[in-house]
Design a protein around this ligand. Structure first.
Ligand SMILES: [Zn+2]
Length: 253
């Protein structure tokens, strides 16, 4: 997942202090990547702010072993309200394609706003040890700041119509942004929204924890050409699997 968290109130004075003391030019966050010196195994060393990437106990992504999951009684139902959009921003971040957008999601009775979605290849989560060709992470936040991510995996097959609309607008240069009007994101969701859920983290630095993942069980399809178009920009942008440690993964059904 490629997002920046808004710093909590407690952290702001420290950050402001850091800015005041830091020499000009050192304010940018250290760039991370997937190969070489900035590869995932080195993220924790790139900045003290990225320490969770090394030290965290509830990191993402994880391998979901279906027969070790626990059925959740009265599992909350996911009810997305995604509409066709105007004024989205499609960003080539240097590590993925991210679309900053709007939308609503109910998880049971809890209300979340859609902030952005972005793509990984291969899929970050694995199910029973198997990675998919690509995944999208839809990043939502509630009024208290808690993040909830819906993950949809893609297998190669028929073209996905939402992806064909979005891929027409792909900004090819790192740092490039384009504005976009897009069809409803319902086009990347399977009909069956049953899921696996676990407590994890941002899958990119600073690897902050407290992110609840809802990984949909039913994959969607993309065509080989759609996959190739993304992989031309980013051949591999998935963090390796992280240890589950004490966590239990729940299943909605
Ligand atoms: Zn992601």
């Amino acid at each position: 997942m490629a997002i920046r968290l808004v710093p909590s109130r407690r952290c702001i004075p420290l950050i402001l202090l850091g800015m005041a003391l830091a020499p000009v030019g050192s304010l940018a966050k250290p760039q991370y990547g997937y190969q070489g010196d900035v590869a995932p195994e080195n993220w924790g060393k790139l900045s003290p702010e990225y320490a969770k990437c090394t030290d965290g106990a509830e990191q993402a992504p994880v391998n979901i072993v279906s027969d070790r999951t626990k059925r959740k009684a009265n599992a909350p139902v996911l009810v997305p309200s995604y509409r066709p959009t105007s004024g989205d921003t499609v960003v080539n971040t240097g590590t993925t394609i991210q679309v900053n957008t709007e939308g609503r999601l109910l998880i049971g009775n809890a209300e979340y706003k859609l902030l952005q979605y972005h793509f990984h290849t291969p899929s970050e989560e694995a199910i029973n040890g198997v990675h998919y060709a690509m995944n999208v992470h839809l990043v939502h936040q509630d009024a208290a700041g808690k993040l909830a991510v819906i993950g949809v995996n893609f297998v190669e097959g028929s073209p996905n119509s939402f992806i064909s609309s979005l891929w027409k607008l792909l900004p090819s240069a790192k740092g490039q942004k384009v504005s976009a009007s897009l069809p409803s994101l319902d086009g990347v969701l399977p009909k069956d929204l049953s899921y696996y859920t676990y407590a994890g983290s941002l899958t990119t630095p600073p690897c902050s924890e407290g992110v609840q993942f809802y990984i949909l069980k039913t994959p969607e399809t993309i065509s080989p050409a759609q996959l190739a178009a993304f992989q031309k920009l980013y051949p591999m942008n998935a963090r390796p699997l992280q240890p589950l440690n004490e966590r239990v993964i729940s299943t909605s059904d």
